[in-house]
Design a protein around this ligand. Structure first.
Ligand code: ARG
Length: 466
């Protein structure tokens, strides 16, 4: 079976393309998402062609009119993309020819689909990054709002998922704020590095037409033209960077999601979520499950996979353009869709969290969370830290045997382990005292956390989104 549609590249071909080959090589089923970016690029390129004298003023106007009709059809969903025309670029070119005749063919002067697709894809990813930065901003806002509510709430901080030291809920939530702040920063960096425009590189070597590449770069919102035409048509590290930034962000979302799942279990019972953000079981009537958080965790997998998929595609590709590069799009589209959706529901979850302060506070007393404070107390009384650690360990074992909390052990019992211990030890053993003493910059003491919160709030209101 063969297709008889005339291909823009068909001049040297004596046979029609095999149907299977057409199906195998087409990309329009997914790259049609680049259609509006392709049209933006067409207009910029048209301007450069006009200034280079390749098309007249009047021709440029006819081409621009044709393009704007096509744009309206695409926006209104009336445009019919045809797989026989391979990709979005040739679909638009063919549609233009139907509207304005052979003049349409002038638009591809001095341009190849190789620099065209590299330019479209940068334009597309730059738009996605801007949207992702807005969503990251909103998620950070949600965390800061929730942290404000958690300024007085104490919960156990964990290491190895064992109770370690008490911390403020606000401090715990602001830890995620920091992760998402760095994620935003990484996307901003990627935005800076994608600011180079490949258009004018043509197939790989540049073009003989005097195209003003500074002009087209500027018209398309880039900062400058790319410096090497061979690099420009074959580099995809900007996509890889996007995929990496997204993978790290998803990893952070997944960790947050995992904590929400844990915290919602009856064993923890640290938080509750509104019904609207949970789902049920088709068999067990009592169930209210944190499926949204689980899916956030689960979707991390495909985003990692997309990064690895493209890294693997790129490895070993000789310069310059190879058709393998067409495999860059689906992983990036899937990652952008997944990340956008995940950031939106994550903000919803964070805003929906109801902390159960009394449960957290009770848990913060379990597992001798102020043992480090007792060791610090002994250090303050002159014992070297290693010895203090040893003595405290023995006191903890004693407490375990008797089923006592450290602050419930009578003074005379404590003094049997060290005569440095006096009445004032009990201040050191309280959970509140432990939190309050951690006053180093970045620590969980209430005044430090209030400062951190104020700083985060200030940062958010000063943040200029691109
Ligand atoms: N659809 C291709 C891609 O996404 C662009 C076309 C370049 N094709 C070519 N034969 N040079 O990479």
């Amino acid at each position: 079976m063969a297709s008889s549609v005339k291909k823009p590249w068909g001049g040297r071909f004596r046979e029609d393309t095999d149907r299977l080959v057409e199906e195998f090589t087409e990309s329009v089923s997914f790259d049609q998402r680049l259609a509006l970016h392709d049209l933006r690029q067409d207009l910029a390129h048209l301007e450069a062609l006009k200034r280079a004298g390749v098309v007249t003023e009047e021709e440029a106007e006819r081409i621009a009119r044709g393009l704007s009709e096509i744009e309206a059809e695409i926006r209104e969903g009336r445009f019919v993309f045809r797989a026989e025309l391979e990709d979005v670029h040739m679909n638009i070119e063919a549609a233009l020819r139907e509207k304005i005749g052979p003049l349409a063919g002038k638009l591809h002067t001095g341009r190849s689909r190789n620099d065209q697709v590299a330019t479209d894809f940068r334009l597309y990813l730059r738009d996605e990054i801007r949207e992702i930065l807005r969503l990251l901003h909103d998620l950070r806002r949600a965390l800061v709002e929730k942290a404000r509510e958690g300024l007085e709430i104490i919960l156990p901080g964990f290491t190895h998922l064992q109770h370690a030291q008490p911390v403020l809920l606000a401090h715990h939530l602001l830890a995620y704020y920091e992760m998402f702040r760095r994620d935003a920063d990484r996307f901003q960096d990627t935005l800076r590095r994608t600011a180079e425009c490949p258009l004018g590189s043509a197939a790989l070597a540049g073009t003989p037409y005097p195209l003003d590449r500074e002009l087209t770069a500027r018209l398309l919102g880039f900062e400058r033209p790319s410096r090497n035409s061979m690099d420009a048509v074959s580099d995809r590290d900007f996509v890889l960077e996007f995929l990496f930034d997204a993978a790290v962000t998803m990893m952070h979302l997944s960790r947050l999601a995992e904590e929400i799942v844990l915290w919602m279990s009856p064993e923890f019972g640290f938080v509750d979520l509104p019904d609207a953000l949970c789902t049920g079981s088709s068999i067990m009537p009592q169930k209210k499950n944190p499926d949204v958080a689980e899916l956030l965790r689960g979707k991390c997998g495909r985003v990692y996979g997309n990064l690895l998929a493209l890294l693997t595609v790129m490895k070993g590709l000789p310069l310059t353009y190879n058709r393998d590069l067409q495999e860059d799009k689906e992983p990036a589209f899937d990652t952008a869709d997944t990340l956008r959706a995940s950031l939106k529901v994550a903000a919803l979850l964070v805003r929906g969290l109801s902390p159960r302060a009394e449960r957290m506070r009770a848990a913060a007393e379990e597992g001798h969370p102020t043992a480090t404070d007792l060791a610090d107390y002994l250090v303050m009384k002159g014992l070297p830290f290693r010895e203090a650690h040893e003595v405290t360990g023995r006191i903890v074992a004693f407490a375990e045997e008797r089923g006592l909390k450290l602050w419930k052990i009578p003074l005379e019992d404590l003094r049997r382990f060290s005569d440095l211990i006096e009445e004032d030890v009990y201040e050191w053993l309280s959970v509140e005292g432990s939190v309050a003493r951690r006053r180093t910059y970045g620590g969980t003491a209430p005044e430090r956390v209030r400062e951190a919160l104020a700083q985060a709030e200030e940062e958010l209101s000063a943040e200029e989104l691109p």
